[in-house]
Design a protein around this ligand. Structure first.
Ligand code: NDP
Ligand code: DXP
Ligand code: MN
Length: 390
């Protein structure tokens, strides 16, 4: 029996993971974690007969306890309980908490030698060198779950990374692909929440609309595959059928295609190195008719240029970038700043941190990552207040 744990089980990736796990009878569920969606967490825990269900919030403890009354499933709550759950021996751990909150549980799962199926791109952006070193040190492994990175990983199977010339990750372009800059300034939360192809959680959906999701993914590609930033490209592909392409030194390009359903990438990571049958819709190119591609516009979507700057800076720039982006997103969701202010805020935060120094020191310890994360959040919140005043 393969022992599995799912962090962020109640979210969009978590629910897709649950769907695949519920179809298997060769799996033992160790831990399932969630946040405030207690009904979903309890339903999943009962169905998978988990050893323990954990909510990240102390004030949700009694609700979860009550929802699991009459079962033998243990219940716990809070940040330390999440960490303890990650320390429970498991063979395969899904990292699908959203944001930097996923970093420590993912790190702990790797530290006990588990295979980490990584949807939480923020942990690689924030602490890529540490995560990769942790996996190597403890005999663990990170398998990409982000659709583009799973696509690259699959296209690289049996290939020599030294033969790779370039990697192209696709971007849907989001709901605002054809909007002018003037329209983007006025884009609302409700408008940003409508992704053209993927059904996802709120935060990544808005990040897709601003292309901050693609900015995170550029850095994720660098961290995961160890490529030079100049080798990593983005192309806008409105249908989200081609997820990524890998170009080799002989000029050949391998494209990974599939319908936009996260169970592809999750299932690949769950069954790796095998390729098992998956309950996903099949692609019919004759029905689809055409696939379109266009260059991204850095003027309307500055997030991509910011990501290039972050990769040039190296050190803790990824940590600061992710933290500032999370604050900017909070401020946009709260209605405090406009859609295009998110990029301005992230840009200004990085500028200030570069001036204050410490940003480019190499990432060597979790403590320095956490300190930079906190500092970037403080600076970003302060700059957001200034944006509000102007
Ligand atoms: N959705 C997708 O298709 C894809 C997502 N990803 C990445 O996967 C991750 C998850 O995304 P998605 O599933 O869309 O997100 P959701 O918002 O749908 O789910 C997030 C999960 O994390 C939990 N959670 C939220 N905040 C905290 C916290 N502070 N501590 C612990 N748990 C918390 C939520 O609990 P609750 O809801 O119970 O409060 C939920 O279980 C993100 O990093 C995203 O970028 C990558 C590729 C595709
Ligand atoms: C499913 C997935 O991997 C998302 O990260 C997706 O890529 C979001 O779509 P965008 O291409 O619009 O960012
Ligand atoms: Mn993606």
């Amino acid at each position: 029996m393969m022992r599995v744990s799912v962090f962020g089980a109640t979210g969009s990736v978590g629910e897709s993971t649950f769907d695949l796990l519920a179809r298997r009878d060769d799996i033992r569920t160790v831990a399932l974690t969630g946040g405030r969606n207690i009904a979903r967490l309890a339903r999943q825990a009962r169905e998978l007969q988990a050893e323990i269900a954990v909510t990240a919030h102390d004030d949700c403890y009694f609700a979860l306890k009550e929802a699991l009354a009459g079962t033998e499933i243990k219940v716990a709550a809070g940040t330390q309980a999440l960490i303890d759950a990650a320390d429970r021996p498991a063979d395969w751990v899904m990292s699908a908490i959203v944001g930097a909150a996923g970093l420590v549980p993912g790190f702990r799962a790797l530290s006990q030698g588990a295979t980490l199926a990584l949807a939480n791109k923020e942990s690689l952006v924030s602490a890529g060198p540490l995560m990769m070193a942790c996996a190597a040190q403890h005999g663990g492994r990170i398998l990409p779950v982000d659709s583009e990175h799973s696509a690259v990983f699959q296209a690289l199977t049996g290939e020599d990374i030294a033969a790779v010339e370039r990697v192209v990750i696709t971007a849907s372009g989001g709901p605002f692909r054809n909007w002018s800059k003037a329209q983007l300034e006025l884009a609302t939360l409700a408008q940003a929440m409508v992704h053209p192809n993927w059904s996802m959680g709120q935060r990544i959906t808005i990040d897709s609309a601003s292309m901050f999701n693609k900015a995170l993914e550029l850095i994720e590609t660098r961290e995961f595959f160890g490529l030079d930033p100049a080798q990593i490209e983005t192309v806008v592909h409105p249908q989200s059928i081609v997820h990524a392409l890998v170009g080799f030194r002989d000029g050949a390009m391998m494209a990974h295609m599939g319908m936009p359903d996260m169970r592809h990438a999750i299932g690949y990571a769950l069954n790796w190195p095998d390729r098992a049958a998956l309950p996903v819709p099949r692609l019919d190119l004759s029905v689809l008719g055409r696939l379109d591609f266009e260059a991204p516009d850095p003027d309307r979507f500055p997030a991509l240029q910011i990501a290039r700057h972050v990769m040039d800076l190296r050190g803790h720039a990824g940590t600061a970038f992710n933290a500032a982006k999370e604050v900017a997103l909070d401020e946009f969701i709260a209605g405090h700043i406009g859609f295009m202010d998110m990029a301005r805020l992230v840009d200004r935060t990085l500028d200030q941190l570069v001036a204050d120094s410490g940003l480019t020191a190499p990432v060597r310890a979790l403590e320095s990552v956490q300190a930079m994360d906190q500092m970037a959040r403080r600076v970003a919140r302060e700059l957001a207040r200034q944006l509000l005043k102007n």
